[in-house]
Design a protein around this ligand. Structure first.
Ligand SMILES: [Zn+2]
Length: 456
């Protein structure tokens, strides 16, 4: 039985016992290339959807795409292009990145601009019920003082909410500092670049938070099982979503389980363009080559999804080493016929995942199972397929490679070991470099050196 940590109740809860699971995960704002922190979140929820499906659940995995936003307008201004062109370009880039990463479990992508009537209708309901008020010449705002539960997810009071206001929400005329914008009237100051839609509530464009609830209500109704996203979205974004949907429908809870992925830092610091430590998904994939997507996934799954994750050169080197060890063990397994996954081992895997998706434990079970002599080769092969289907680690592909080291390499390696034991280190270092150039790495250990194929 799968249990998941619910950010709202702050404890583990069982997954709702029903055959169909509705899961919404916040998609990107399409004004730039995504970074590896986004990759962590999306690879995690991709894995999670695949796990649920493997366990027999029908999963509707829904993701919005924020294609109308202040950041898109700002980019359009600097590039002297239309907002539509900017959004289209980076939506395409997002799909390319996800495809490259093997993230393919999303059922429906929903761009906000295709749901304007639903957004307007939800704002109208909030106005009718007295939760929204108008600021002339500015827009419609949600009055957080009208929602006594506001702040429950993030653990803030309405008075503490003021520091969370962002983007479109600034206005001097607000009742409470933490009030957020539902609908922004067309501003003449932003000239013709600002996207606008005629509406009964006044010509304008949607606020950020309202698109998610309008889209999820359209597909899932006013209540559903799982909402996910990065921890940075918890406040104010997800808090605002709860306020909007529960106020509009009068039904509680909006979402049964809130799941948040931990923050990703680079070399111990928050990623930012100004700090020069911003790593885009495409830069990473280009730099690390053929198995880069698996490498990124390996790094992500080596951390529990809620834990902070520091991406560093050291962590990267360690992940490469681990994955290379794993790949070396996989090579040559194609010669065997797959057998069943041993039941006892599968129980241990399920137990690890049942406890709030302990992927580091799952990876250590994988390492244990692939060790020499741990299991029959056919059982190993079956385990690799099982893992690849959920985790996407390229193991089946590696298993199809020959595990025989070419005689040319073996010869040089023998020369290496003998020169090393004769303490001819200049010669042994030269041989090591030569082997590296040929795609092999020498690893020295106390009980002798080994040679492994390099994958990175
Ligand atoms: Zn969102």
């Amino acid at each position: 039985m799968l249990s998941l940590y619910n950010s709202l109740s702050r404890r583990e809860e069982p997954l709702p016992d029903q055959p169909k699971i509705h899961m919404f995960v916040c998609g990107p704002t399409v004004y730039d290339y995504l970074h590896i922190g986004n990759a962590r979140t999306y690879t995690f929820f991709d894995f999670f959807a695949k796990l649920l499906r493997a366990r027999g659940y029908e999963v509707h995995y829904l993701q919005n795409i924020t294609d109308v936003d202040d950041k898109i307008i700002a980019k359009a201004l600097t590039e002297n292009k239309g907002t539509g062109a900017i959004a289209a370009r980076f939506t395409e880039a997002y799909f390319e990145d996800m495809k490259a990463l093997g993230v393919d479990a999303v059922t429906t992508y929903a761009p906000a601009t295709q749901f304007i009537p639903q957004i307007v209708a939800q704002v109208e309901r909030l106005i009718d019920k007295g939760f929204a008020y108008k600021i002339e010449g500015d827009g419609w705002y949600f009055d957080i003082a009208k929602d006594p539960d506001y702040g429950a997810l993030s653990g803030r009071t309405a008075a503490q909410a003021e520091d969370g206001v962002s983007r479109i929400d600034e206005s001097v005329g607000k009742r409470n500092k933490g009030d957020f914008c539902l609908w922004k009237f067309t501003q003449t100051s932003l000239d013709a670049l600002e996207p606008r839609w005629p509406a009964s509530i006044g010509e304008g464009r949607p606020g950020w938070h309202i698109e998610d609830t309008a889209i999820s209500e359209f597909y899932f109704g006013p209540q559903y099982e799982i909402h996910g996203g990065g921890v940075d979205l918890k406040f104010p974004h997800h808090e605002a979503e709860i306020a909007q949907q529960e106020s509009a429908s009068g039904l509680v809870p909006f979402v049964r389980i809130w799941m948040h992925t931990g923050a990703l830092t680079v070399e111990g610091k928050k990623m930012s363009k100004s700090a020069g430590n911003f790593v885009t998904i495409r830069d990473f994939l280009e730099k690390e080559g053929r198995h880069a997507p698996a490498l990124l996934r390996w790094m992500a799954f080596s951390h529990h999804y809620r834990s902070p994750f520091d991406f560093s050169e050291r962590a990267l080197a360690q992940a490469k080493r681990e994955l290379e060890t794993l790949y070396t063990r996989c090579m040559g397994l194609h010669r065997f016929a797959p057998e069943d996954v041993p039941a006892e081992w599968k129980d241990r895997l399920n137990e690890a995942l049942d406890g709030d998706l302990n992927t580091p434990k799952a990876l250590s079970l994988l390492m244990e199972a692939t060790k020499g002599g741990a299991m029959a080769p056919g059982a190993k092969l079956a385990i690799l397929s099982l893992f690849d289907a959920m985790f996407g680690l390229d193991m089946a592909e590696t298993a199809s490679l020959s595990d025989e080291i070419p005689p040319e390499i073996t010869g040089k390696f023998e020369e290496y070991t003998s020169s090393r034991s004769n303490k001819q280190f200049v010669q042994s270092d030269a041989l090591r470099k030569e082997l590296e150039g040929l795609g092999y790495e020498v690893r020295d250990a106390e009980d002798g050196s080994v040679i492994v194929k390099k994958f990175f």
